[in-house]
Ligand binder design. Structure first.
Ligand code: NAI
Length: 271
């Protein structure tokens, strides 16, 4: 159901790689809710061209930008403001990548160049997006910025390796920048800590199916899907959450508050 929650709002949505991407679902919902926006991704990720189908459906412009490049981000804001006809009301950071995870490196055997790359792509890029925006005064008064995180920032998940540190940094940037941008222009900055979700980035983590099922059986509401996440993020972009900022908001069916569930007890007792 659509409520026109984003009617008249202008946005930038990063990270829509394919139909499974959380950002893809958020773009579809933002369109339904009356927003206009640009779509962005790393030039390399756009070579399959899937993003063009989404852009067509949503009347969006696609702007290639490597989120670690200041120059690309400057171009992203300039072209977005020009295309949309005014300052930006909402920004989605939906970007994550770890070469250590891709190449199956264990926590005690990480490649540090790749570690730094994980931090740059998955966390520092969030600061860069915010700093470039602020220097250009690209975000409107009371705008809203959301990045997607995971509970490995707080708890240990063995196969999440260096992405755990990246997510901890991402959440910390939301708190620090939330203060500064809030004071300067009333801009809200939050992270949403999402359930395991079957996407390209998600399923790339070894043991994904096991912790997807585990989280599902631990959570009283079950795992939150990418569509559920889109609904939640839309509320954060809307005017209904004007005083929510600097938070890490768990969107996980209750997982983060459960010690053990009956389903897991039953399974353990059978062993
Ligand atoms: P996805 O693979 O569809 O999206 C990740 C995106 O990051 C891709 O579109 C990719 O092209 C983009 N990206 C990578 N390097 C980039 C760069 N240098 N510049 C610009 N973009 C770049 O996967 P998903 O799951 O939708 O990921 C989106 C966000 O959600 C990520 O931050 C991820 O960590 C987070 N998340 C995912 C969960 C899951 O289980 N799938 C759970 C919790 C959070």
């Amino acid at each position: 159901m659509a409520y026109q929650l984003l009617k008249g709002k202008r946005g930038i949505i990063s990270g829509a790689l394919n139909e499974d991407s959380i950002a893809w679902k958020i773009a579809e919902r933002a369109h339904e809710e009356g927003a206009t926006f640009t779509l962005t991704n790393a030039p390399l990720a756009m070579r399959m061209g899937e993003i063009n189908h989404l852009a067509e459906k949503c009347g969006a412009k696609v702007i290639g930008a490597d989120a670690t490049s200041i120059e690309d981000l400057e171009k992203l804001y300039d072209e977005s403001i020009e295309f949309l006809g005014g300052p930006i009301d909402f920004v989605l950071h939906s970007i994550g990548m770890s070469t250590n995870i891709r190449k199956g490196r264990e926590y005690g055997d990480l490649n540090y160049e790749w570690f730094l790359k994980s931090l740059d792509v998955s966390a520092l890029s969030f600061h860069k997006m915010l700093q470039v925006a602020q220097k250009k005064d690209a975000i409107a008064q009371g705008g809203s910025v959301v990045a997607l995180s995971y509970i490995a920032a707080q708890r240990s998940f063995p196969d999440y390796t260096d992405m755990a540190q990246a997510k901890a940094m991402l959440e910390s940037i939301a708190r620090s920048y939330g203060y500064h941008y809030g004071k300067a222009k009333g801009v809200r900055i939050n992270t949403v800590s999402q359930s395991p979700t079957k996407t390209t980035a998600g399923t790339g983590i070894s043991g994904f199916n096991a912790f997807y099922e585990y989280a599902n059986q631990m959570s009283p509401l079950g795992n939150a899907t990418a569509d559920d996440c889109a609904d939640y993020v839309i509320t954060l972009f809307s005017d209904l959450t004007r005083k929510v900022t600097m938070q890490n908001l768990f969107h996980d069916g209750g997982f983060s508050c459960v010690g053990i569930s009956e389903e897991i007890v039953e399974k353990m007792e059978k062993q």
